[in-house]
Design a protein around this ligand. Structure first.
Ligand SMILES: Nc1ncnc2c1ncn2[C@@H]1O[C@H](COP(=O)(O)OP(=O)(O)OP(=O)(O)O)[C@@H](O)[C@H]1O
Ligand SMILES: O=c1[nH]c(=O)c2[nH+]cn([C@@H]3O[C@H](COP(=O)(O)O)[C@@H](O)[C@H]3O)c2[nH]1
Ligand SMILES: NC(=O)CC[C@H](N)C(=O)O
Ligand SMILES: [Mg+2]
Length: 549
């Protein structure tokens, strides 16, 4: 039986190269802001970022802020974000109708769209017809909001409720299978709304919808530019750290490399980097950090072998959130020991505590850990939601409001080589969150072998840039029957999860050519004992996340 040819994956658009757009704080500006009202969205920062990309100044405010306070900021326009609640649910965040009486242009997105529809006299239904990920919509011929976008387009949805009737005075602009009113507008009042997420890159004409709203709907000029992120951050770091000593949690990944380079530029040799080998790393990773990273950057590096400590703490644990909390805690305990050693080595036994810890935390780590306003906790990233309550360090996180592509641009501008800046992400909790079930030494070894094969084959096929990352997951608690060498086997499946993304907030599964998948599958089942089945994960994010745990 012949297989259909694999569809080529569209390459993600070029990453943002203008570092000056990477906004890290609310800068002093006399411009009237576009307020992004956050209903607990996964994507509130992303909306603010896209507005800034349209050269319009933007700030985020929580939906709990009274409308008088919002209006006191003299917003030039308001964007109502998505959120996890359902509009009729008890305690769901509401919109004060006064917001619609102030003469300010409004764009509602997802939950914001639904809440707006309800507040203005439309109807929202919970039909059970849900849409997650890439969805086709059919758009009206002419409108302000969807101007310049095709009649049939693919948008990124993530909803369970849907607007069934637009409020009086509104024109319906689009529909999808699960959303009879997928977009609407009332140009007279300058009110607009979409059920989908225009702020995510996977919505092909998303930025066009946002700029249509900003420039044509709200009639805002695009004349705002940000200052330089690097200068701004270096100055902030200097002010925070002064002449104290500081350690940086360095993983060899992009984010901590860029964070370390910023801190190094700010405070020079007051910085010592600490790399933790927690026994959950991939093949060759520890060596790579020890040799290549130090050679490239000349940074002072301390390597700690903490594998026994982590594996002991993880023994018997299968629950993903518990694993993450344990790992977050153990990381900090190791950093505390390392900090004491740094002081001892500097012969400063009295008063010379290291009180600052640098981490390469990005905005997605924060928001997925439930760190936005009213944002759901999706998973506790070890460096945010997994931190222990008794944390003694003051954190230095210069990348905390940025997305990965912005961090890559900062890294390049700082002079870091492409081998570091373009590296695929690897999560801090490592292989522990890629073993579904308890983490043991043997299972880690099995997964390490399979992962090394996958990485080698994808690299050899030249797919490293096209693929954002490819988690390889061991379903340790699942077994299936195989026949190998004429004998019965009862082994474990390995899951391949190749994804394409720009910022890890949304992702699609990469259409890796079938021949290559076949080769990987054959190699894994031939070379890795205990594995007799290889499966491909074909889920986008949403609804799946990139990692399985
Ligand atoms: N093995 C490790 N040793 C020391 N610090 C670590 C380690 N793994 C992760 N960290 C810390 O946790 C932070 C978050 O990890 P994360 O994997 O998100 O970022 P990264 O490794 O720097 O970049 P990338 O996303 O490219 O892998 C890192 O920036 C770093 O500060
Ligand atoms: O340092 C990290 N600590 C964590 O606890 C963690 N969890 C997920 N990831 C990485 O974050 C991105 C988004 O992953 P998810 O779609 O699985 O949430 C992907 O790039 C993941 O690899 C982590 N990185
Ligand atoms: N992403 C969202 O804003 C979702 C809105 C609402 N919770 C729904 O599921 O329909
Ligand atoms: Mg990493």
């Amino acid at each position: 039986m012949s297989q259909p040819p694999a569809e080529p994956t569209a390459l993600p658009e070029d990453p943002v190269t203008d570092v000056t757009r990477a906004q890290t704080s609310e800068p002093a500006t006399d411009q009237r802001p576009v307020l992004v009202v956050d209903f607990g969205a996964q994507y509130a920062q992303l909306i603010a970022r896209r507005v800034r990309e349209a050269s319009v100044y933007s700030e985020i405010v929580p939906s709990s802020m009274p409308v008088e306070d919002m209006l006191a900021k003299q917003p030039a326009a308001i964007v109502l974000s998505g959120g996890p609640s359902s509009v009729y649910e008890e305690g769901a965040p509401q919109i004060d109708p006064a917001l619609f009486e102030a003469g300010v242009p409004v764009l509602g997105i997802c939950y914001g769209f639904q809440a707006m529809a309800l507040a203005l006299g439309g109807e929202v239904a919970h039909t059970g017809l849900r849409e997650y990920g890439g969805t086709k919509v059919t758009a009206a011929d002419e409108s302000t909001l969807l101007h310049g976008t095709p009649a049939d387009q693919s948008v990124w949805m993530s909803h369970g409720d849907a607007v069934h009737k637009a409020p009086p005075g509104f024109t319906v602009l689009a529909e999808s299978a699960g959303a009879p009113v997928a977009a609407f507008e009332n140009t007279e009042k300058s009110f607009y709304g979409v059920q989908w997420h225009p702020e995510v890159k996977h919505s092909t004409f998303g930025q066009k919808v946002l700029t249509n709203f900003l420039h044509n709907g709200a009639k805002l000029p695009g004349d705002w530019t940000t200052g330089n992120v690097i200068d701004e951050q270096v100055a902030r770091i200097k002010a925070q750290i002064g002449d104290a000593k500081v350690i940086c949690a360095l993983s060899g990944g992009v984010d901590s490399a860029v964070a370390a380079a910023l801190v190094q530029r700010a405070v020079g040799d007051q910085l010592t980097c600490v790399f933790v080998d927690h026994g959950l790393l991939r093949q060759g990773e520890a060596e790579q950090v020890e040799q290549e990273y130090v050679a490239t950057t000349g940074v002072k590096l301390k390597v700690v072998d903490a594998s026994t400590r982590f594996l002991t703490a993880l023994a018997g644990v299968s629950d993903p959130e518990t694993k993450r909390k344990i790992i977050g805690r153990e990381f900090i305990r190791v950093f505390e020991d390392a900090a004491r050693e740094v002081v001892e080595e500097a012969h400063e036994s009295d008063g010379g505590d290291v009180k600052f810890l640098v981490q390469g935390t990005l905005y997605p780590d924060v928001v997925e850990s439930g760190g936005g306003t009213g944002t759901a906790n999706i998973k506790s990233h070890h460096n945010v939601g997994g931190l222990p309550d008794d944390l003694q360090f003051e954190l230095v996180e210069p990348l905390r409001t940025l997305f990965k592509d912005e961090v890559r641009a900062v890294g390049s501008q700082l002079g870091l080589p492409d081998e570091i800046v373009q590296r695929q992400p690897f999560p801090g909790p490592g292989l522990a969150i890629r073993i579904v079930g308890e983490v043991t030494k043997d299972r880690l070894e099995t997964l390490r072998q399979a992962d090394a094969i996958v990485r080698a084959e994808l690299s050899a096929a030249g797919l490293d840039r096209e693929i954002w990352q490819c988690p390889v997951v061991l379903l340790a608690d699942v077994r299936s029957v195989g026949v190998q060498g004429d004998g019965r086997t009862y082994g474990h499946p390995i899951v391949l999860r190749p994804v394409s993304s720009e910022d890890a907030m949304t992702a699609d599964w990469t259409r890796v050519p079938y021949e290559l998948l076949a080769k990987i599958s054959t190699r894994i089942t031939n070379e890795v004992a205990e594995v007799n089945r290889v499966v491909l994960d074909v889920t986008s994010k949403p609804p799946g996340t990139i990692e399985w745990e």
